[in-house]
Design a protein around this ligand. Structure first.
Ligand SMILES: NC(=O)c1ccc[n+]([C@@H]2O[C@H](COP(=O)([O-])OP(=O)(O)OC[C@H]3O[C@@H](n4cnc5c(N)ncnc54)[C@H](O)[C@@H]3O)[C@@H](O)[C@H]2O)c1
Length: 416
C-alpha cells in the first residue's frame, strides 16, 4: 500500500516515520527547506532523532507529482485562526486542491488536522470532489483520525497514544484500522463528525480548566494567598482536577477552542463558556507582566526573561504567550533580556524582533522571570541566582519549577 502524508511538521513527521516501518510512505511538504533538512536527517522540531531519520525509508518530496499513485493520503497541515480568531481552513483546502488532480478511484483521504465537526465531509470532501471530478463516498473515500501527540513529551509518543479513527463507511473504517493498528491502539469512533468533535473538545476542555486556574490566581493574588498552596490542599480530595495556572500558547489549546466556538455559532449556539475561557487565558500574559511591574515597585528595571517558546523543552515559538509578558513589561519601560537555549535565534528575530542572549554571559539583573520550564532552567542552583540576580532581585517563578529555598536570602521569590 502506498501512503502519502501531506505536511511533515510536529504531527506528520512522527507518523510518517512509524508508518514507513510497514508501508511505502511518501512524505510531502510544501516547505522545500523542511524537505531538504529531512533528507539530511535533521528534524528542527526535535521530535524525531537523527538516528531514526537516517534509518527510515520515507521518500521525501516537495513536488506535487509525488502525490500520484497513492492509495491513502493522510493530511496533517496546520489549521490556525486568522486575526479575528476565526478558523483559517485555507491550508486544508489547499491540500485538498493539490490531492484532487491525482486522486484515483478507490483512494482514501484521511485528515488528522484539528477541525470542527463537519469540516472533513462538508468542506474537504467537496473540495476534493471539485478538484478530482470524482464523487466522495463512491469513487474515493474520507476518513478522520485526530492527532493527540504532545510536542516535547517523550512518554506519550505516537506509538503509545490510542488513536481515534473514523471512516466514511465500515469498509474504509476497517482499512484505516488495519493501517493505524500497525502503529498503535485504535478506537473506532461512530463516524467522522464524532471523531472531529472528540478532538476539538479535548483541547477546549483543557483550555477551560486552565482558565479557571488562571481566574482563581487573579482572585487569590488580591487576597494574598498562593494558588499553588491552595492547590496543594485542594488536590487531597479524590475528585479534584489537578490543573495549574499558566500561559496558554501554541497552536492547539489556545486555538482549537475557537474552532469549537465557530461551530457553535454556525448552529446558533452562543459559546459563552468556551470564549470566556479563551479570554481569561489570553489575558494571563499581560496580567503577569503587570503583577511583576507592581512587585518591582514600578521602578524601571533590568529584567531577564528565561524561556520564549510556547512550552517547555519544545523549540516552537509560534503563538507563545511569553511575548505578552515581555511586551507588557516593555510597555512600562523595563529593559528586557531574553534567553532561550532551545529556540531558534533567527526565528525569534523574525517573529518578534527579539535577539536571544547566551545565559553564560549574563549577570546582575534586577529581576529574573522563569517563564518557560526548559530543562536548562529547571536545574538552576543557588549559585545561578547569585550570579544572574543582584542582591534584592525579584525572582519570578511563573511555572513554579524552583524550590524557594534555592533562592538566596537577599533575593525575593514570587510565584503564582
Ligand atoms: N503540534 C501538535 O502538538 C498537534 C497535536 C495535535 C494536533 N495537531 C494538529 O495537527 C495539525 C498539524 O499541526 P503541526 O503542529 O504538525 O503543524 P506544523 O506547522 O508543525 O506542520 C505542518 C506542515 O505542513 C506543511 N504544509 C502546509 N501546507 C501544506 C500542503 N498543502 N501540503 C503539504 N504540506 C503542507 C507545512 O510546511 C508544515 O511543515 C494542525 O491541525 C494541528 O492543530 C497538532
Amino acid at each position: 500500500m502506498n501512503i502519502c502524508i501531506l505536511g511533515l511538521g510536529y504531527v506528520g513527521l512522527p507518523l510518517a516515520v512509524s508508518l514507513s516501518r510497514h508501508y511505502n510512505v511518501t512524505g510531502f511538504d510544501v516547505n522545500a527547506q523542511r524537505i531538504k533538512d529531512l533528507k539530511n536527517a535533521n528534524d528542527l522540531t526535535k521530535e524525531v532523532p537523527s538516528s531514526v531519520l537516517v534509518e527510515s525509508s520515507i521518500h521525501y518530496s516537495d513536488t506535487q507529482t509525488s502525490l500520484e499513485n497513492q492509495d491513502v493520503y493522510i493530511v496533517t497541515v496546520p489549521t490556525p485562526v486568522d486575526s479575528q480568531n476565526k478558523p483559517d481552513l485555507s491550508l486544508l483546502v489547499n491540500a485538498c486542491q493539490m490531492i484532487g488532480p491525482f486522486l484515483k478511484p478507490g483512494a482514501i483521504v484521511v485528515f488528522e488536522s484539528t477541525v470542527y465537526p463537519g469540516v472533513t465531509e462538508d468542506i474537504c470532501g467537496k473540495e476534493l470532489e471539485k478538484s478530482s471530478k470524482l464523487t466522495s463516498g463512491v469513487d474515493f473515500f474520507l476518513g478522520y483520525s485526530p492527532e493527540r501527540i504532545n510536542p516535547g513529551d517523550k512518554v506519550h509518543t505516537v506509538d503509545k497514544i490510542t488513536k481515534v479513527v473514523a471512516g466514511q463507511n465500515p469498509k474504509v473504517q476497517e482499512v484505516l484500522k488495519t493501517i493505524y493498528e500497525k502503529v498503535t491502539k485504535v478506537f473506532l469512533a461512530k463516524d467522522i463528525k464524532t471523531a472531529e468533535a472528540a478532538k476539538v473538545i479535548e483541547n477546549a476542555q483543557r483550555d477551560i480548566n486552565i482558565a479557571f486556574m488562571n481566574e482563581i490566581t487573579m482572585i487569590f493574588d488580591r487576597l494574598g494567598i498562593s494558588t499553588y498552596d491552595v492547590l496543594e490542599a485542594a488536590k487531597t480530595k479524590w475528585n479534584f482536577l489537578p490543573f495549574t495556572p499558566g500561559l496558554v500558547g501554541g497552536h492547539c489549546i489556545g486555538v482549537d477552542p475557537f474552532y469549537l466556538a465557530e461551530c457553535a455559532k454556525l448552529v446558533g449556539v452562543n459559546p459563552e463558556v468556551i470564549l470566556a475561557g479563551r479570554s481569561v487565558n489570553d489575558g494571563m500574559g499581560p496580567w503577569i507582566g503587570e503583577r511583576i511591574h507592581k512587585k518591582l515597585g514600578h521602578k524601571l528595571s533590568n529584567i531577564l526573561v528565561l524561556g520564549l517558546t510556547f512550552k517547555e523543552n519544545v523549540p516552537d515559538l509560534r503563538n507563545t504567550k511569553v511575548i505578552d509578558v515581555i511586551r507588557t513589561l516593555e510597555g512600562f519601560g523595563h529593559k528586557i533580556t531574553v534567553v532561550d537555549p532551545i529556540a531558534d535565534s533567527n526565528e525569534a528575530e523574525k517573529y518578534y524582533k527579539i535577539s536571544l542572549e547566551a545565559l553564560e554571559k549574563l549577570s546582575g539583573f534586577d529581576c529574573i522571570v522563569g517563564a518557560v520550564s526548559h530543562e536548562a532552567f529547571y536545574h538552576f542552583s543557588s549559585k545561578d541566582f547569585e550570579r544572574l540576580g543582584k542582591p534584592g532581585a525579584l525572582i519570578v517563578d511563573v511555572k513554579k519549577i524552583w524550590n524557594k529555598n534555592l533562592i538566596p536570602s537577599h533575593q525575593n521569590y514570587l510565584s503564582l
